[in-house]
Design a protein around this ligand. Sequence first.
Ligand code: 13P
Length: 282
Amino acid sequence: MVLLVNGKEILQRAKEEKFAVPQFNINNLEWTKNILEECQELNVAVILGVSEGAAKYMGGYNAVVGMVKGLMKDLDITIPVCLHLDHGASFESCKKAIDAGFSSVMIDASKHCLSENISITKEVVDYAHQFDVTVEAEVGHIGGQEDNVSGSSLNATLEDCLALVEGTGIDSLAPALGSVHGLYKGEPNLDFVTMATIDQNLTIPLVLHGGTGIPDYDIKKAISCGISKININTELQIAWHEAVKKFVVDNPDVYDPRKVIGSGNDAIKAKIREKVQMFNNK
Ligand code: 13P
């Protein structure tokens, strides 16, 4: 039987040994297959992130669980794989993912005031923990654009992080500290001092969203300041798109979707390899 692991099983070791587990967001079957195959080849644990929009695109949460478990069985995937809802916007959405078999969820109630964020997040934790599903939550607000999640940045404070963690019992925390989803306008400006302070005051792992476009030296610094999970979405999409654009121009008569979509496979895998090696590089 194919078993998914929850976030705790993967992230606690990363926190102790100071490296970061990648969350790669999936969009379709090809994405999922490439990520599973490359991470198996590299023999590293991976978190498959699924936004609400991506889940809907793939048919729904049950379709995603079936696809991931089916691929893991058919491809003989033996590395730890966590299937994680990215930016769940409500208790109902998180519940649907959990009921379908996701092993981890993020409840993003960061658009609400802190007390409301705590109360929504706690409801998700109470439900999720009955099924050994782990919960990530956000405090402050991560800026930029990803599917239906957008807005301007608002950095987290230590006090708010402590209140959210103590008031909910979450398993990992994404404090907004200057990273944004999608492409950066100018250089990223991460607040490493607050990041390190938050890490020193918490026992749960910290998550960095908006991994695309953060230079390698800042990624390494973030890991040294306590980041144990780094989310990457846009960068894989750009790598895939560049390769497919070239293929279509070079092969105008090829119409087989397997060849067109698959022409981005190597580029996706190369980007995964680059990220995994950097995140494990202490
Ligand atoms: P990027 O699209 O900037 O890589 O961010 C991904 C992310 O944080 C998913 O939650």
